[in-house]
Design a protein around this ligand. Structure first.
Ligand code: PLP
Length: 413
């Protein structure tokens, strides 16, 4: 008899990146020269973990700092992070409002878990699409109702996009991601101001309406090209009381495998998240915590210098990919304002050789050995996402092959 997983797991689907990775591994074993532009994972040697973080980790290992730490993170680290959040958001935080966890997705899950009232499965979570694919599944897994707001080119969330939903009685929370994965778009501060005002107005109306909380997925905070990505807390300081801001080492410090991220939020929510964390995973990796602490204190200057180098590398890749993809009459790249992704409209659909972006992506991988992710996986068909967190050589050659593929596959079969 084979025992099946619980039927409650209807919301579960596989990761698109992992499916593509499997196919790429197979092509590599066949000796093909594969270029992987799928992964949201900064790759060494161009994007290594900063030296200070590594030294901090080594020191922690040498000093046997491998025991349990406080569940919410070591005090010194939470203090430094509270200072950092205070500086960046322009409102004061203390260490009691900080939680250190094993990655951004863990914090997203904890934040949603403390905000969604799941008894009747009617609590809504609003978020704009295209979006990181895990949002929908995470919300469903926690008994909430995902309410995707479909954005159109140029994919910058505006107040008007969500205005019609803002009076829904059961909105528990709005999840904002800026700079956005996959589009690289940043929400303009004027729009954040309007959204904040509308939420305040909703509170004034009261009635059966739930007070709306916000989760800010700010993992790409540092990778912005023209201006800093303002947050809803910095444009309306009173939003500190209802916003959980999630940031971390995964993207900023090229440390996706170290599993260390952090959140700032209202104390009662952070405490509830900490209690759940104590049951589920306990503290984040102790060595990674000491490493991050060292990068933010003892080796702060060196770390900042390295982050500057990474930023210039990202900008160079973004400029190169945008310029080269724009040369194709068949492709329409969106100029990213932040992140290390580029979002590109591709020729699929009626009268085209490929009807759907997934077919296009599969054919690109089979014919040109370049891996990218289909827009459908982010809730927005007709596009692809390229990750540029790799070598210049990979970016140039990958983009060249994508252009070539787009030109060669012009006409219907
Ligand atoms: N949020 C967004 C928008 C992401 O792109 C990712 C990872 O790609 C995450 C959250 C999860 O981050 P982590 O790898 O730290 O769990």
């Amino acid at each position: 008899m084979s025992i099946q997983p619980s039927s409650d797991l209807g919301w579960l689907s596989g990761s698109a990146t992992e499916a593509a990775a499997k196919k790429m591994r197979q092509l590599k074993t066949e000796g093909k020269d594969v270029i992987d532009l799928t992964q949201g994972r900064p790759e060494p040697p161009d994007f290594p973990v900063p030296e200070g973080l590594k030294l901090g980790e080594k020191e922690a290992i040498r000093k046997n700092k491998s025991m349990y730490t406080p569940v919410a993170g070591i005090d010194e680290l939470r203090e430094v992070l509270a200072e950092q959040f205070s500086d960046e958001l322009g409102v004061p935080y203390t260490k009691k409002e900080i939680l250190v966890s094993s990655g951004g997705r863990v914090l997203l899950k904890l934040a949603l878990q403390v905000l969604i009232d799941k008894h009747d499965g009617q609590d809504e979570v609003l978020y704009a699409t295209p979006a990181w694919p895990a949002y929908t599944q995470l919300i469903k897994s926690l008994g909430g109702r995902p309410i995707p707001i479909k954005l159109k080119h140029p994919f910058k969330l505006k107040y008007e996009d969500i205005a019609h939903r803002l009076q829904d009685v059961r909105i528990a929370c709005i999840l904002l991601n800026t700079p956005n994965n996959p589009t690289g778009a940043i929400i303009d501060p004027e729009e954040l101001e309007k959204i904040a005002k509308a939420i305040e107005e909703r509170d004034r109306l009261g009635g059966m309406r739930k007070p709306v909380a916000l989760i800010l997925d700010w993992l790409y905070r540092d990778i912005v090209f023209n201006r800093s990505a303002k947050t809803i807390v910095s444009v309306n300081k009173s939003f500190q009381d209802r916003t959980i801001v999630i940031d971390g080492a995964s993207k900023t410090y090229n440390a996706t495998g170290l599993r260390i991220c952090y959140a700032a939020g209202p104390r009662q929510l952070i405490e509830a998240m900490t209690k759940i964390q104590s049951l589920e995973s306990g503290n984040a990796n102790s060595r990674a915590q000491y490493g991050l602490l060292a990068a933010l204190t003892k080796y702060k200057k060196e770390t900042e210098r390295e982050l500057g180098i990474f930023w210039r590398r990202y900008k160079k890749r973004r400029d190169c990919a945008f310029k080269e993809l724009s040369k194709s009459s068949r492709l329409e790249p969106l100029r990213p304002e932040g992140t290390f992704y580029i979002w590109v409209k591709i020729p699929v659909g009626f009268g085209m050789r490929y009807q759907a972006d997934r077919q296009w992506v599969q054919a690109l991988l089979e014919q040109k050995h370049v891996g990218v992710i289909a827009g459908d996986d982010f809730g927005c068909p007709g596009y692809i996402r390229l990750s540029l967190a790799t070598s210049m050589k990979n970016v140039r050659e990958g983009v060249r092959r994508i252009r070539e593929f787009a030109e060669e596959n012009q006409s219907p079969t």
